[in-house]
Design a protein around this ligand. Structure first.
Ligand SMILES: NC(=O)c1ccc[n+]([C@@H]2O[C@H](COP(=O)([O-])OP(=O)(O)OC[C@H]3O[C@@H](n4cnc5c(N)ncnc54)[C@H](OP(=O)(O)O)[C@@H]3O)[C@@H](O)[C@H]2O)c1
Length: 299
C-alpha cells in the first residue's frame, strides 16, 4: 500500500473529533475537515475546512479530491448516513476509510440484530463490498468505552451520587481508552496501513470492573456510604429489548441495551485481552492512574 499523507476528518467538532484532529496534525498528516457548517475561529487557521452536504455524493466527492484516507467521527445518529461518505470516498480514490464506531462490543456478531448496533454492521458490510470491488480499504477501531465517560457520566458508577447498580456480581471486565489515546491510535493506524487493512483493530488502555472502581472509591473515602444494588446483565438486556419491541425507542430504553451488553464482560467480549496496543503504541494505564481518576470523580 502506498503511504497515507492526506486525511479528511468528518465530525471533527464533536467530542472525539478534536482529539483525532490534534493527533493527526501532530503526526504530520495533511488534514482537511469536512463539516456541515463552518464556524469562524473554530479551527486553527492552518486547518483546511470544507463545508459539505453529507447527503450528497457529488459534494463529498469534490471535497475528497486528493485525499488518501477518511476518518469519520460523526455523531451516533449519523452513523447510517456514512454510506454516502463511503461512496464518495470510493469515487474520489481514497485508499482507507475509518468509520465512526469506536465501541466496546459493537463488532461482536451476536449483536448484529440488536437495536442500536445494526447500523455499525450495515456500515461494515458497505465497506467490505467496496473492498471486494477493489475500491478502498477499511479499518474499524474498537477502543472500549471512552475512559472519560466512565468517570464523568453515571454509567458504570454514579460517583457524584455515591450509587452503583452492579451488573451480575460487579466483576464483568470492560476495556476503556481515553479520547487522546484514541486519537493517537487512529494516527497509528494510518501510519501502518498494511498491518491494519480490512480488519477490526483493538486498543485497550485499561480493563476495569465496577467492583474495582467501587473498592478504589471506598478506600479513598472510607467515610462515604455507597448505595449498592444489583441486576443481572441478561435481565437488563431483556428489559431494553422488551421496551423497544413495545415501541419505546427512548434513550433510557436504548441505554439499557448498550449498558447490559457493554457491561456483560465475556458474553460479548468487552475486555480486549488480545489487542493491537503494541502496533499502535498504546500503553496500559497503571492502577495509580485509575485511582487518580476515581479521586477526581469523587470531587
Ligand atoms: N465507546 C464509547 O464509550 C463511545 C461514547 C460516545 C461515542 N462513541 C462513538 O464515537 C463516535 C463519535 O461520537 P461523538 O460523541 O464524538 O460525536 P458527537 O460529538 O455527537 O458529534 C460529532 C460530530 O458529528 C457531526 N454531525 C452531527 N450530525 C451530523 C450529520 N447528520 N451528518 C454528518 N455529521 C454530523 C458534527 O460535526 P459538524 O457540525 O462539524 O458537521 C458533530 O460535531 C460515534 O461513533 C459514537 O458512537 C463511543
Amino acid at each position: 500500500m502506498s503511504e497515507i499523507r492526506s486525511v479528511a476528518v468528518a465530525g471533527a467538532s464533536g467530542t472525539l473529533g478534536p482529539y483525532v484532529l490534534k493527533a493527526l496534525i501532530e503526526a504530520k498528516f495533511q488534514v482537511r475537515v469536512l463539516t456541515r457548517s463552518k464556524k469562524p475561529g473554530q479551527y486553527d487557521a492552518s486547518v483546511d475546512v470544507v463545508e459539505v452536504d453529507f447527503a450528497s455524493v457529488e459534494s463529498l466527492t469534490a471535497a475528497l479530491e486528493g485525499i488518501d484516507a477518511v476518518v469519520s467521527t460523526v455523531t451516533m445518529a449519523a452513523i447510517p448516513t456514512q454510506t454516502v461518505l463511503i461512496d464518495a470516498a470510493a469515487a474520489a480514490g481514497v485508499q482507507r476509510f475509518i468509520p465512526s464506531e469506536y465501541g466496546s462490543v459493537t463488532t461482536n456478531p451476536k449483536l448484529e440484530v440488536f437495536p442500536g448496533y445494526e447500523s455499525f454492521f450495515k456500515i461494515k458490510h458497505h465497506l467490505q463490498a467496496k473492498t471486494h470491488a477493489g475500491k478502498l480499504t477499511w479499518t474499524v477501531l474498537a477502543c472500549g468505552g471512552f475512559l472519560e465517560y466512565l468517570f464523568a457520566e453515571a454509567i458504570v458508577l454514579d460517583f457524584a451520587g455515591r450509587k452503583v447498580t452492579l451488573l451480575d456480581q460487579g466483576d464483568n471486565r470492560l476495556s476503556a481508552t481515553s479520547l487522546a489515546t484514541i486519537g493517537k491510535a487512529i494516527a497509528g493506524i494510518l501510519k501502518s496501513p498494511e498491518a491494519t487493512k480490512n480488519r477490526v483493530v483493538k486498543v485497550s488502555e485499561a480493563i476495569v470492573t465496577q467492583n474495582q472502581l467501587l473498592r478504589l472509591a471506598e478506600a479513598l473515602r472510607p467515610e462515604d456510604k455507597w448505595e449498592i444494588s444489583k441486576v443481572a446483565a441478561s435481565a437488563l438486556l431483556k428489559e431494553g429489548l422488551d421496551a423497544i419491541s413495545a415501541g419505546d425507542f427512548s434513550l433510557p430504553a436504548m441505554f439499557k441495551i448498550i449498558k447490559s451488553t457493554g457491561l456483560a464482560g465475556d458474553t460479548y467480549g468487552a475486555a480486549y485481552d488480545e489487542n493491537d496496543n503494541e502496533l499502535l503504541g498504546v500503553e496500559v494505564l497503571a492502577e495509580e492512574d485509575i485511582k487518580n481518576m476515581v479521586a477526581e470523580a469523587l470531587g
